[in-house]
Ligand binder design. Structure first.
Ligand code: GUN
Length: 283
């Protein structure tokens, strides 16, 4: 079987070109979509993600700013900063890059961001809206995965989607989005017994584990669709996924590579959410 590679970088490029036109039109009507990112401390991975977000915003014509705060920033200082941004009409989207230093309660921060500016889709109000199938900001990685599946006409309705990983950012919400599309969803995680029994019956397998090459050919049914959310840095500095890409390629029908798979789509969906936020304010 020859697998189709779902190239997230190419799809992201196409979507960004479409969004650039939309942003130009909004600017002509006097609305400049604006994203503010808060970065605390100097975690190199976070810095790199934030740079990617800023670069993609600029490419699309979205105005963005990064507020860099020292690792010593207190929770109340951060809350004050968020409050200012919530009340600033020129700011449409607010994103606080995670993880935060241990002395700051992540949930307090997520819940302080106005749900109308929560372009990450992490606020409980937006999670609730997503769960009840309402139009809202969807978390960027799950939204990117759904967009990839739909763009490649992968059938979701009635299919068995197995999610390996249950994080609040990826695993839980991607399962919900697939359920909203009428998939039958199974969640697996580090305590799951007999993992293979589940993964081998997956029509669509989402790997969001954080362990390089964890998913191998033996985990998969022939013809499965595999979405690899893993971003693991190898000893040689190269990025690799949670799936043994070369080992499963002959067995799957569709697969996302790492890099150039889910990653570029995550950033693209952030831009989509920022445009949505700017439109919301304009109405
Ligand atoms: N850290 C890793 N992924 C994300 C994300 O999607 N949003 C935020 N805010 N922080 C992250």
């Amino acid at each position: 079987m020859s697998a189709t590679i779902i190239n997230g970088k190419e799809l992201a490029h196409k979507l960004k070109a479409e969004m650039s036109k939309e942003v130009a039109q909004m600017k002509a009507n006097g609305i400049v979509p604006h994203l503010t990112v808060i970065l605390i401390g100097d975690n190199p991975a976070s810095k790199s993600y934030v740079n990617g977000k800023r670069k993609a915003s600029t490419e699309t014509g979205i105005s963005s700013e990064v507020i860099e705060l020292p690792v010593s920033t207190t929770e109340s200082e951060l809350l004050k900063q968020i409050d200012q941004l919530n009340n600033d009409e020129a700011v449409h989207g607010i994103l606080v890059q995670l993880p935060l230093p241990d002395h700051i309660d992540e949930q307090h921060i997520i819940e302080a961001i106005s749900p109308e500016k929560d372009v990450d889709g992490f606020h409980p109000v937006n999670i609730g809206r997503m769960m009840t199938g309402q139009d809202t900001f969807l978390p960027c990685t799950p939204f990117g995965i759904l967009t990839m599946l739909k763009s490649f006409d992968v059938e979701i309705e009635g299919k068995h989607a197995v999610i390996v990983g249950r994080s609040n950012i990826v695993g839980k919400p991607v399962g919900q989005l697939l359920l909203n599309e009428n998939a039958t969803v199974t969640y697996c995680h580090s305590r799951t017994e007999s993992l293979l029994d589940y993964t081998r019956s997956a029509d669509i397998l989402i790997a969001a584990i954080g362990k390089p090459h964890f998913i191998k050919a033996e985990h998969l049914k022939k013809g499965a669709v595999v979405i690899d959310v893993g971003i693991n840095r190898q000893e040689d500095g190269k990025l690799t996924g949670d799936v043994d890409f070369d080992g499963v390629l002959d067995k799957v029908s569709y697969i996302t590579p790492v890099p150039r798979g889910v990653g570029p789509m995550t950033i693209t969906m952030l831009l989509k959410n920022t445009i949505k936020a700017a439109k919301g304010l304009a109405e």
